[in-house]
Design a protein. Sequence first.
Length: 279
Amino acid sequence: MKLEAVDYQSPTAAQDFVESLRQTGFGVLKNHPISQDVVSSIYTNWEAFFNSEDKHAFYYNKGSQDGFFPQAVSEVAKGFKKKDIKEYYHYYPWGQCPANLKEEIDAYYCDTLTLASQLLNWIEAYSPDNVSAHYKEPLSNMIKESEQTLLRVLHYPPLSGDEEPDAIRAAAHEDINLITILPAANEPGLQVKAKDGSWLDVPSDFGNLIVNIGDMLQEASGNYFPSTTHRVINPEGTDVTKARISLPLFLHPRPDVVLSERYTAESYLQERLKELGVI
Ligand SMILES: O=C(O)CCC(=O)C(=O)O
Ligand SMILES: [Fe+2]
C-alpha cells in the first residue's frame, strides 16, 4: 500500500484519486483549490482561541453538538478506554461561533463543501455500475442542504508528561460520515492502517489535502470503498512541546438519506454517537 499525492490539475486526477480511495481508503491531493493562506490563518487564530479562557463560554450544546469540547469530555474511540489527548470545536454554519472567527471559518466551510461535492461526483463517476446501483441518490445530492456536515477544529496541546499511560492524541478509529476532507496539519502524526496491519504515515506536506472514506460511504457502497482505520500518534523528542492543530470537514448526509437496506444516515449516526459516549 502506497499513498502518493494526486495532482488535482492532472487530466487523470479523478481516476487516480478514486483508485487511491479504493485501494487505501485515503486519497491525497496536491495543487488543489483550497487556499493554504486561509488554512494557515485559521490554524493561528484558533490556536489563540484554544489558548484563551474565552473557549469556556462556547461549551458545546449536548443536543445539537455545536461548540467547544474540552479534553475532559473528549472522545473515547470505539474499543478504547482512555480519552484522546485533544480538545476541539464543532463548527456548523447554524451553530455558536466566536464572532471574530466566524467569517473566516465560514468561508472555508463553504469552499471546502463545494470541493467535496465535486469529489463525490468523481467517486460516483468511477464507481463500477454494480456499486453505484446501491446508491439510492447521487452521492453529491446526499450532502446537499445537509445541516449535519461538521467542521471540527482540533487542538492537540503540547504534552505535559502527566498524560495517562497509553493515551494518545487520537486513538485508532474510523470516521462515521461519507468522506472527510482534511488539510495537512501543522505537525505530523496522522497514520493509516495498511491491509497488513502496519501503520503508514500520511504524507503531511503542508498544502496537501487528505481525503478519506468514512463508514457511511463504506455502507452505501456495499463495502467497495473501505473506511480505513487511522490515528494520530504522540510527538517525541523536542516535538512534545508543540501543539498540533487540524481541521477535518466531515461530510454528513441529510438525516433522511437512505444509505442501505439497513440504515438511514440518521439511524446510523445515532448508533455511532452512543458508542462514542458523547450523547
Ligand atoms: O488530526 C488529524 O489529523 C485527524 C483527526 C481525525 O482523524 C478525526 O478527528 O477524526
Ligand atoms: Fe478521523
